[in-house]
Design a binder for this molecule. Sequence first.
Ligand code: KG4
Ligand code: ZN
Length: 339
Amino acid sequence: MKDTLILAIESSCDETAAAVVKNGRTVLSNVISSQIDIHTLYGGVVPEIASRKHTERVNQVVTEGLKQAGVGLEDVDAIAVTYGPGLVGALLVGVSFAKGLAFASGKPLVGVHHIEGHICANFIDHPELEPPFPCLVVSGGHTHLVRVQDYGKYEILGRTRDDAAGEAFDKVARAIGLGYPGGPKIDKVSDEGDPDAIVFPRAKVGDSVYDFSFSGLKSAVLNYLNSCKMQGIEVNRADVAASFQKAVVDVLTDHAMTALDEGGEKVFAIAGGVASNRHLRAAFEEKCNARGIKFYRPAPILCTDNAAMIGAAGYYEFMRGVRSDYSLNAVPNLKLGER
Ligand code: KG4
Ligand code: ZN
């Protein structure tokens, strides 16, 4: 059978990325131009700067993506692009560029959901993985426990009621002076801390066993820091980081294990930027092993934002006949499973 090549473009937040993916599973190129160094100066992503940097870089990144894959635009079967959710101005850059390319080349255009991309990153590293399977998506903007019923078909079991897991990492990191982006810094500094030093709350959401809430945990950390300050006690940042991280990992693993016990599935996957957290990966590995559940997680570089995952998701959308027209627009709050 003829190979299907997807050129994918991602610009929903602070990474300008392009990739060429073969048959949804094989990455021929994966170019990521990160803006982290610029946003670090401001302690978080500045949307206007993100849009401007995407505009400056998108052409070069896409050109490089094709070059590294050793193909030309004429060789690809479709152009996939993230059209939501994300920062509207950032998304618009990728969407507009992809529309221009599709128009100029006559290639089909496929709009892809960013979270679907995160989930599909698992298909790249695990050729044997096929739906159905439950997946926990934990990123800077999202915390979703999802049942992947089929390619492109998702049932949402639970979601966060307030902050996303990554957002909590970023806010706590800022509060203890680690800077942006917080997740990787907390991951690292907590190696030197005691995860049992401080007991932070594990929030339960009353009417749903699968929903999450992280704002209470974030407030508990802020309260702890304040009370230390008022009492003149020196804060041990590594202990705070490790204890906070343990609280997040406990809640995420508990909810996911409840869903697995209930659904009886023997496979489970994680995805999204927070899924690159070493402690979260180790905790899931251990809990899944104990239950005889096969645990899937993408390589860390495919957990954080990239275009290869958009190429994987775009392939499956393309194969099931999804096509976008030139009216495709950025949808900042696009829901999973919606078009
Ligand atoms: O998926 P992603 O790259 O972008 C979104 O779609 O949001 O996720 C970014 C988030 C940030 O909040 C970042 O702090 C978090 O993922 N993150 C981590 C780690 N690496 C990135 N959180 C915890 N531990 C990490 N190692
Ligand atoms: Zn993301």
